[in-house]
Design a protein around this ligand. Structure first.
Ligand SMILES: [Zn+2]
Length: 362
């Protein structure tokens, strides 16, 4: 082969490999480093594997640059499919703010939004996908249009309150904006649903004959609560995780019912549901809190955003759950700076290699 042709071929192959590694393989390399947490007392068949993510904030027709939109969606799609292929979860929970501009879109734009969401985050038939509403999906409480609420419920199969039973564990998915505490239809419906679930679980906890859920007879176990807002807290200053908000943002006081649930809304949902663990999103940062409401002890996890638009190091959680126990692993995704540095270093190595070929006359 002529020397020039060989060099050109090697350069093209080198560039193709760099593109393949930095835009595809790197997600697998990072995702592979995280694994499902082990449960001590549960046999493999009884463990539900849940992949939890939040705040994907897909850009809509109004905000952001098209290139930013394209880039972030590519990154999230690659990361999501790498996680699904590597970890094969039984269920995926998306904790709200799927869309950035859901509340502003008309029906046609929203339909296209939903289609894009399912295209970017595909799951195999063996994996279930459940979502909860975020304020960016339908608006904050006072700005929710009836139609915006209705279409989210219909197209994403996400009622204001959902009670799921998966591998014997109870999950309650709640629309946070419905815990405002006033007499709006959505709020009244949410409270009624939560009270009904509370009664059913309470009866089941006292007598096993009341533990039939969806045709299955189960033993009682405390439910897992999934929603968008954090529970009542006055700021993120109580968060000590390494991915908590940076200072001084961490000490900024929360506006209740906007940044977190009100004290009253939190008391209502906790006293009724008595969750064993709570997952939320909304802040885009990590936080782990130990709560004690009377005799109800539980941990609350704030799940950081899954989008590179919201943080340089997006995260997700792998949660192993059985009716008796659960364990959580928080996993990272490649940082943007790492991806850029890797591409630059690989390009530099390719240039040096080609230059050496030239000087050695190969
Ligand atoms: Zn939000």
């Amino acid at each position: 082969m002529r020397r020039v042709t060989k060099k050109l071929l090697l350069t093209i192959l080198g560039l193709l490999f760099i593109g393949l590694y930095c835009e595809f393989l790197i997600y697998y390399v990072v995702v592979f480093q995280c694994s499902w947490p082990k449960l001590v007392n549960s046999t493999e068949g009884k463990v539900l594997k849940a992949f939890v993510l939040s705040d994907t904030h897909l850009l809509g027709p109004y905000r952001g640059h098209w290139l930013d939109k394209l880039r972030r969606e590519w990154q999230m799609h690659q990361a999501f499919t790498a996680i699904i292929n590597t970890h094969q979860p039984d269920v995926v929970f998306v904790l709200g703010d799927l869309f950035d501009e859901g509340e502003w879109t008309d029906d046609k734009q929203f339909n296209a939004y939903v289609e894009r969401f399912y295209k970017l985050f595909p799951v195999p038939q063996t994996t279930k996908l459940h979502v909860v509403m975020g304020n960016h999906d339908i608006g904050f409480h006072n700005r929710i249009r009836k139609r915006a609420l209705q279409r989210f419920i219909e197209l994403l199969n996400a009622p204001t309150v959902q009670h799921l039973v998966l591998k014997g564990s109870h999950f309650i998915l709640v629309n946070s904006m419905a815990l405002e505490g006033d007499s709006c239809n959505m709020c009244a419906e949410a409270r009624k649903e939560i009270s009904l679930i509370s009664n059913k679980l309470s009866k089941c906890s006292k007598d096993n004959k009341f533990c039939e859920f969806g045709g299955q007879n189960l033993n009682y176990s405390r439910p897992i609560l999934m929603q968008h807002f954090p529970l009542y807290r006055i700021s993120d200053s109580v968060c000590t995780e390494s991915d908590a908000p940076p200072l001084p943002e961490r000490n900024k006081l929360f506006r209740l019912k906007i940044d977190a649930l009100s004290k009253e809304g939190t008391d209502f949902v906790i006293k009724n549901l008595k969750p064993r663990v709570v997952f939320g999103g909304h802040t885009h940062h990590g936080c782990l809190l130990k709560h004690n409401y009377g005799k109800i002890d539980f941990l609350e996890y704030s799940v950081p955003s899954f989008s590179w638009r919201n943080r340089p190091d997006p995260k997700y959680m792998l949660v192993s759950i059985s009716p008796d126990e659960y364990a959580v692993n928080k996993c990272g995704l490649p940082m943007e700076v790492t991806m850029i540095a890797t591409a630059v270093i690989m390009l530099f190595c390719l240039v040096v290699y080609m230059f050496r070929m030239k000087t050695l006359g190969r």
